[in-house]
Design a binder for this molecule. Sequence first.
Ligand code: KIV
Length: 292
Amino acid sequence: MSSQTAPRKKVTTLTFRERKEHGEPIAVLTAYDYATALAADRVGIDCLLVGDSLGMVVLGYENTLAVTMDDMLHHAKAVARGAKTPLLIGDMPFMSYQVSAQEAVRNAGRFLSEANMDAIKLEGGRAVAATAEAIVGVGIPVMGHIGLTPQSVNQLGGYKAQGRTATAARRLIDDALTLQDAGCFAIVLEAIPDRLAELISRRLLIPTIGIGAGAGCDGQVLVTHDLLGIFDRFTPKFVKKYANINGEMLRAFTEYKNEVLSHQFPTHEHTYSMPDEEWHELVSEFEEKELA
Ligand code: KIV
């Protein structure tokens, strides 16, 4: 028997639907670069979202509002070069889909034609349903995103959990059903009560992907920089840190700096050598020139 494992099959939007039907969870992470995409693919992460959280965790902005299509495409291209198996989703940045459905379709198309993404995600409920439908209508799979929608941070009055009253919860249920009717293949539920997320998940035929929405969702997503403990400016309650890369980075940078200052780095091990005869030829040439 061969010890080699068969190559994994590309994850598609159909895989998402099958997972839901079989009650098998979907593991999603965000990614913004080649190395992370390679690693996530290697361990079998189902789906990589090139999120506009890029603006906060990579580009250092206060929120996601300044992220542009060009920023997103630049990073999406790097992710696509690294990850072959996961479903790849490009996140539509602020103002790339709100002005008109026509502009939204054009920008969504760029994720597929220029950056090798398989699908796009946009934020909002009923307000973006027609736009989602227009994008789906040209053959581009769309993931919805409701609950805490960071692009509306100014309207929401901060990064707060949503759907905590019966009225707000009812609205979110309607939004989810509207997005499903518009043709979305999945919906992100962000920062909503677990009971509500479970109820929405049970009522939908398409999978829900939760972030701060409890265990009743069909899949989970986390921002990779949060999970790895790279980004420590702000950690939402729902983040589980699986590593402390920021701590490890501080340790390594300090050690490097100290070794450079104390001449401990580089040593012979990290240096290139030159054969003796070549070196002697060079030195004698220089000595002759100096004597002449
Ligand atoms: O931008 C992002 O990373 C997201 C996830 C948090 C779902 O939208």
